[in-house]
Design a protein around this ligand. Structure first.
Ligand code: BES
Ligand code: MN
Ligand code: MN
Length: 461
């Protein structure tokens, strides 16, 4: 599509400036102080869809952060694609590890450093600019396009989930296919379509012992220490081979077929290099599975944070009154959060020492998913990617989660395409997140090529 490439080239600076504007709004959904920024971000996006694309736009109020919906003028008989993205970002903590200000996009070495540069402002905007470029090049779009942007993917998608409960809202979002750029491609010159994502379920466990911190000399050795109880209870969840020891945990796991293992093994992956990039010299996990399989197609357990007792300067000889931990499990098909929650409650109860009280709070949860590869839309998207990269995309399973996606796919009865433009090394959720300029513009070109191919799929109407 040489004409389209010219349009993208011509608009290069404008697309960059617009992307940077979005990045400067610190829309961190997890932190209450950023509440006004969430609204600012939603309105900024609505203005973009209206002003640049001429879409009919609604900022939809919710109990929490607004949703942004936009729709192109209707073309009867053409397929409808709904493009999903999220405008919220992760917190920037630990701030002292950022080499440049986290909300000031900084270009260096062909990369744009900023929180949200990739996840998911950069990736979301590749679709907006793809639509803009198609409109500018051809004067109209080849299919019906809807956008839905939410502001709480990073905290569990509550508002969008509730929104999908109503039939009227589902009619508004109705589409033949949902298109998402919020995942990774296998390599800089290696396109991919993600056909599986892990689910995730999050909990917080709090253990309470004495009614106040006690002198560890006066009481030590005679009462339970909640921090020790927490450590020993958590240490039983997983063994040194990465096997999760909750009874029944693996019951619903769909085993990997030999065919699928062969497909996953096609993904170029240098284990030593990938480890070195994060400062490690050894991997961890189930020995009978490769690292790629462990990440994308096997469940896992992680403690995200643990607190209790004295953390200040110097030392303090106490038995803390309390200890708590936040932890998550990644789930694969057909594991679901509910049976795990019940099993986990019983598992911890059985191990709770006398003198300690426990409170297990479920935070959010979604099962794992795989998408059937037969979808004509998926095949069309693959053709689109091939035309840009000059090679067919790999079909991959990724370890991250986009919990709302499964509900959206099911409640709209639409096919789903996850075509990521980012790379594993983009440091999403970490300090110094970036998106390369090259991947950003390739993302725009890919999104345009995918839309062009989707438009050619017969919907049988
Ligand atoms: N975009 C990511 C998920 C992702 C990244 C999937 C790369 C595949 C490859 C998303 O924004 C994310 O971080 N999701 C959270 C969900 C959680 C907060 C409920 C996750 O996976 O931890
Ligand atoms: Mn994301
Ligand atoms: Mn994320």
């Amino acid at each position: 599509m040489p004409m389209l490439k010219e349009t993208i080239e011509k608009n290069r600076q404008k697309y960059l400036d617009t992307w940077f504007e979005a990045l400067r709004i610190p829309s961190v959904s997890a932190e209450a102080e950023h509440k006004p920024d969430m609204r600012r971000m939603a309105e900024w996006l609505a203005d973009l869809l209206d002003g640049e694309l001429g879409f009919a736009v609604h900022v939809i109020e919710t109990q929490t952060n607004p949703l942004v919906f936009g729709q192109s003028p209707e073309i009867p008989g053409a397929p409808t694609v709904m493009i999903y993205g999220h405008y919220d970002v992760q917190p920037v903590d630990p701030i002292d590890q950022w080499r440049t200000p986290p909300f000031e996009p900084t270009v260096a070495e062909g990369k744009v450093f900023c929180r949200g540069a990739d996840d998911d402002k950069g990736q979301s905007l590749t679709h907006v600019f793809a639509v803009k470029s198609l409109l500018e090049t051809y004067g109209s779009l080849p299919l019906n396009v809807k956008f839905i942007f939410e502001g709480e993917e990073e905290v569990g998608s509550g508002a969008l989930s509730a929104f999908l409960e109503s039939e009227e809202n589902r009619n508004l979002l109705a589409a033949d296919v949902i298109l998402v750029s919020d995942t990774d491609k296998p390599g800089a010159d290696e396109p991919g379509i993600t056909y599986g994502l892990r689910g995730v379920v999050g909990y917080e466990l709090t253990l309470t012992g004495p009614n106040r911190d006690l002198h560890s000399g006066l009481y030590g050795g005679s009462v339970q220490n909640p921090v020790i109880a927490l450590c020993s209870m958590l240490s039983e969840v997983i063994d040194s081979d990465g096997k999760i020891r909750i009874p029944g945990f693996y019951d619903d796991v769909v085993p990997l077929s030999e065919r699928e293992r062969a497909e996953l093994a096609r993904r170029p992956f240098d284990e030593a290099e990938a480890l070195a990039a994060v400062g490690l010299d050894a991997s961890f996990g189930e020995p009978e599975y490769t690292v790629i399989e462990r990440r994308g197609a096997r469940p896992s357990f992680d403690i995200n944070g643990i607190t209790g007792g004295y953390q200040g300067e110097g030392g303090k000889t106490i038995i803390p009154a309390k200890a708590s931990a936040k932890f998550t499990f990644r789930l694969v098909p057909n594991q679901q959060p509910e049976p795990l929650t019940r099993a986990l409650e019983a598992f911890f109860r059985d191990r709770l020492p006398a003198g300690i009280k426990m409170d297990l709070v479920f935070q959010h949860g979604a099962g794992g998913m795989v998408i059937p590869l037969e979808s004509p839309f998926l095949q069309a998207a693959a053709r689109g990617l091939s035309s840009v990269y000059g090679k067919a995309p790999l079909f991959i399973r990724d370890g991250g989660s986009i919990p709302i996606i499964t509900q959206m796919k099911e409640s709209l009865g639409a096919d789903l395409i996850l075509a990521g433009a980012g790379l594993e090394e983009d440091r999403i959720h970490s300090p110094n997140e970036y998106f390369t300029l090259r991947d950003f513009f390739l993302g725009i070109e890919s999104a345009a090529a995918i839309l062009t191919e989707l438009a050619r799929v017969k919907t049988g109407e």
